[in-house]
Design a protein around this ligand. Structure first.
Ligand code: ZN
Length: 194
């Protein structure tokens, strides 16, 4: 799915940004704005690059390992873009799994978060997508993903509540079914931060 998309059309973005500048009453040709459409087009290519990446490739670095305790990568920073306002939401993700004979290279967990973040997103969906991908491709006993983020669309506009953080979680497998595993992962996730 993600690979069959046509490439980002930079010329079309540039035209749209010129129209936007004109619509708000700006002089599209003044010095400071002359290169803005091209800059914005390059920016969107970068911020939305995850749409054209396939996160499944990261499961090539899966290793057989008899480790059967929780693996948790905490505080993975990410930047994403809310699809309702096209404004950034920024925060950190915590990704944990309970291996079943296979472990994943630790940097891959961060790359998977990036791949889903660099799209037009909804935080709830992103949280579930990371969990489902890990569950389907690593086939661990359980996966837990917690995402905490601050949404510009509610800090700088609308209700204007800077400092408010949205927390979403997705629990799969044992973390969902077994209350002891769930309590263990939740207490690890909420341990004091330095
Ligand atoms: Zn929004």
């Amino acid at each position: 799915m993600s690979q069959s998309l046509k490439p980002i059309d930079n010329a079309k973005i540039e035209n749209a940004i010129r129209d936007l500048l004109d619509a708000i009453g700006e002089d599209v040709n003044r010095e400071g704005l002359r290169d803005t459409p091209a800059r914005v087009a390059r920016m969107y290519s970068e911020l939305l690059g995850g749409m054209r990446e396939n996160p499944e490739i990261h499961f090539k670095s899966v290793f057989t390992e008899e480790y059967d305790e929780i693996v948790l990568l905490r505080d993975i920073p990410f930047f994403s873009m809310c699809e309702h306002h096209m404004l950034p939401f920024i925060g950190s993700a915590h990704v944990a799994y309970l291996p079943s004979g296979k472990v994943l290279g630790v940097s891959k967990m961060a790359r998977i978060v990036d791949c889903f973040a660099k799209r037009l997103q909804v935080q709830e969906r992103m949280t579930g997508e990371i969990a489902d991908l890990m569950m389907n491709h690593l086939k661990p006993l359980g996966v837990a993903v917690v995402v905490e983020a601050s949404h510009s669309c509610m800090t700088i506009r609308g209700i204007k509540k800077p400092g408010a953080t949205m927390v979403t979680s997705a629990l799969r497998g044992l973390f969902r079914k077994d209350s002891r595993s769930r309590n263990e992962i939740l207490s690890l996730l909420h341990q004091d931060r330095r």
